[in-house]
Design a protein around this ligand. Sequence first.
Ligand SMILES: *[C@@H]1O[C@H](CO)[C@@H](O)[C@H](O)[C@H]1NC(C)=O
Ligand SMILES: *[C@@H]1O[C@H](CO)[C@@H](O)[C@H](O)[C@H]1NC(C)=O
Length: 386
Amino acid sequence: MQAFLSAATVFLLALIHAQEALAFIECSVLDYGAVADNTTDLGPALTKAWQECVIPQVTTTVATDVLLYVPAGNYLLAYSHYFLIVDTVTFDDAANWNLHIAGDIFLPFNPSLTGTMLTFENCENILLNGPGAIYGNGYRYRPGGDLTLYPSRPRLIRFQTCNNCEITAITLYDAPMFHVTIIGDNEAHDMSIIASHIGETDGFDMSGNNNYVHDVTVENGDECVTVKTPTNGFVAERITCRYTAGCNIGSFGSGATGVDVQNVYYSDVTISNSDAGVMIKSYPNCAGTVKNVTFTGFTLSAAAYPIYISAFWEGGTTDTGTLQISDVTFENFQGTGTPTRPAVLLDCNKATPCKDIAFSGISLTDTKADSFTNACGSGLSGLSSC
Ligand SMILES: *[C@@H]1O[C@H](CO)[C@@H](O)[C@H](O)[C@H]1NC(C)=O
Ligand SMILES: *[C@@H]1O[C@H](CO)[C@@H](O)[C@H](O)[C@H]1NC(C)=O
């Protein structure tokens, strides 16, 4: 009896504690004009609830203390109209709160819709979580697969100059353009992106210092989890990519100077039916540095270019580039490429060869012979040492 009582007391105390932990403030969009009828624009309600309910009530640095809440139901997200401003939704100077999306959000087809649907700018300690979803209806912006008809079609989510933010447990479907762009020092994890198998549908485009992406799945026809410049410190782990362009670095566009990507680490990545496993993509007129990059533990099946460094991605022939790619390690790659392409293809600048490219445990089948141009390193026969 004594034991039972004390167990009950412990249980009660735990309950009381849980109640206390649940004492958050909830700002529901339904109280600020949203209607879960998949017709009323959710944008204005998001902005209004944030301005009038969230901002005034944030008093701690625990993001989950104040929720901007989208309850279960179907919502249309078109354009935000708040006072006289008509725009996509931007949370500027946002700090210490949680956008909690339990509902399903749908984008309409609207040819004049452009920009990013949900932007967090100059933000700090924001949690964006599910269990809801955003349906981009991207296929309607690309009739017959035509990417040129609506070239400025909308993107879904952007963290612009944000730190200590987290996006998780939300599912993103078929953005008209890119899905998640993160600039800063943030974390994306335990979520999926599922889109058409077509270009310009990037999954996660990451730049900044010490971003961390883990336990995510991307199915699309473009970048899976990709590092952009500038980046200093990046880790990606337990990534699954289907029909993607791979887990890449770049692309650095024609004339991009000041490229600066360093200290990048990818581990435990599964890639199937993709244009590439891993690529570092640039033009011969790029300038800057890519260094100290590790790709380890890749399982590929039918990846067109399993390992590919190209200074001539999308052309350019003047071979005077000064982008220095060095200290790149590929280890433990297994699985299949495609019979018409090399397992490893290094196509670097003559003026600035790729240096210290190290390979170990590369076991890829169903490929052509490796090909190395203007590159040195270790671990593969035919690759000259530096
Ligand atoms: C909501 O509306 C969108 C487009 O306006 C449509 O594609 C979608 O199927 C609708 N969702 C539901 C659950 O009816
Ligand atoms: C190389 O990058 C890794 C992260 O992948 C980091 O831990 C390590 O310190 C870096 N090495 C140097 C020499 O900066």
